[in-house]
Design a protein around this ligand. Structure first.
Ligand SMILES: Cc1ncc(COP(=O)(O)O)c(C=O)c1O
Length: 389
């Protein structure tokens, strides 16, 4: 809990930092923890054990969860391949499709998560050609750029739904239309989008979609790849033949049940949550602009995830800013997985290295309150002041 020190009306240093890093991950919702509970112990069967009740009970739980997640995406349940998260789903989609085709050209975007960029680098090592498109300063790709990049041997386009750092939403439907016209498969990393914005792979025209549970108040360690009928992939691993032979390994029943519960809850409260978080996010941005002259927004404000803000404070030393802020506010200078390097996303949209370092990703969550927004403005303004002095 955050509160003011009554004596000084200053925030005390002993308080826990305000949580503004809900795009790195989210806490499990209480109903998710509750739904998972029996599957850790009393209902411990292996969903592949069809000869006895324990196994059948686990299989029924997985089937129900698969149907619930599939329903929330308006796809058939058989099209879901459970994975350990979006990283694995991206690897399966990109490596799996390219290796199955054997050779060719892949198009993606320089602002993708490393869970897309690194498998693409692996494909290059294996002899595939990769083109990375650069977005504009707004962070957005124009479908015409995809059209222009298509070559006679292009086999796959991969464009993320929502950016994990600047929150911008790519024009997926229009990009998918270009791909469909040329008969090219399209994949989207929707780790940051699922549960937050409407996501229907078929309506958008997507062939492969990667999902993660822990970005939508589900457990860490589970995700899925949605695969359109007719798309064939080479598996990344071999074993017990689970998930139609595409992802061998015992299914984690508890995590899958938790994933489905999180997806259902996210769908139920999405409209209301987004409205609330967008209002709070806008208050945060207005407050910061009032208190920090010269503060810049990274990426377009629209279309953007309602719970994301990414700001740059030019002329300030990023490392000092982050050090000053750390005891007071948990946020991120880039993606949680960027190993401390200045953000490749911010540099790709035209920020200098120093500006990228002097940037903050502020992401709001279900529990973010009005008071926390006011406090965050004060704490960031104070940290900027301390850094400048
Ligand atoms: C856009 C994006 N893709 C992929 C991932 C990785 O997802 P997971 O942690 O489920 O492997 C993340 C998480 O940081 C992400 O934001």
């Amino acid at each position: 809990m955050q509160h003011h020190d009554r004596n000084s009306d200053q925030t005390t240093l002993t308080e826990s930092p305000l949580a503004f890093d809900f795009q790195a991950t989210t806490p499990c919702a209480p109903e998710v923890v509750e739904a998972m509970a029996p599957y850790w112990s009393e209902l411990w069967g292996n969903p592949s054990s069809r000869q006895h009740r324990l196994g059948l009970t686990a299989a029924a739980a997985v089937n129900l969860a698969r149907r619930q997640i599939a329903d929330s995406l308006a796809v058939a349940p058989e099209r879901l391949i459970f994975t350990s998260g979006a990283t694995e789903a991206n690897n399966l989609a990109l490596l799996g499709l390219a290796r199955r085709r054997g050779q060719g050209h892949v198009i993606s975007v320089s602002t993708e998560h490393h869970a897309v960029l690194d498998p693409l680098a692996q494909l290059e090592r294996e002899g595939f050609r990769v083109t990375l498109l650069n977005p504009g300063t707004d962070g957005l790709i124009n479908p015409a750029q995809v059209e222009q990049a298509i070559a006679t041997d292009t086999i796959l386009v991969s464009v993320m739904a929502a950016n994990n750092e600047i929150g911008v939403l790519q024009p997926l439907e229009a990009i998918a239309e270009v791909c469909r016209h040329h008969g090219i498969a399209i994949h989207s990393d929707a780790a940051q989008a699922f549960g937050h914005i409407p996501l229907q792979p078929d309506a958008l025209g997507l062939d492969l979609v990667s999902l993660s549970a822990h970005k939508l108040y589900g457990p860490k360690g589970v995700g899925a790849l949605v695969v359109r009928d007719g798309i064939t992939l080479e598996p990344l691993q071999w074993g017990g033949g689970q998930e139609a032979g595409l992802r061998a390994g015992t299914l984690p029943t508890a995590l899958i049940v938790g994933f489905a519960t999180a997806a259902r809850t996210a769908l139920q409260d999405r409209v209301q949550r987004n409205h609330r978080l967008q209002t709070l996010r806008d208050q945060l941005w207005e407050g910061l602009q009032r208190r920090i002259p010269g503060v810049l927004l990274n990426g377009a404000m629209e279309p953007r995830l309602p719970h994301n803000l990414n700001i740059c404070i030019p002329g300030i030393t990023g490392s000092r800013l982050h050090r000053a802020l750390r005891p007071h506010l948990a946020c991120s200078s880039g993606s949680a997985c960027s190993s401390g390097a200045p953000s490749h996303v911010l540099q790709a949209i035209g920020r200098s290295r120093a500006e990228a370092e002097a940037s903050l990703r502020l992401s709001l969550g279900r529990t973010t309150t009005d008071d926390e927004i006011q406090l965050a403005v004060e704490r960031i303004a104070a940290a900027v002041c301390a850094t400048r002095s």
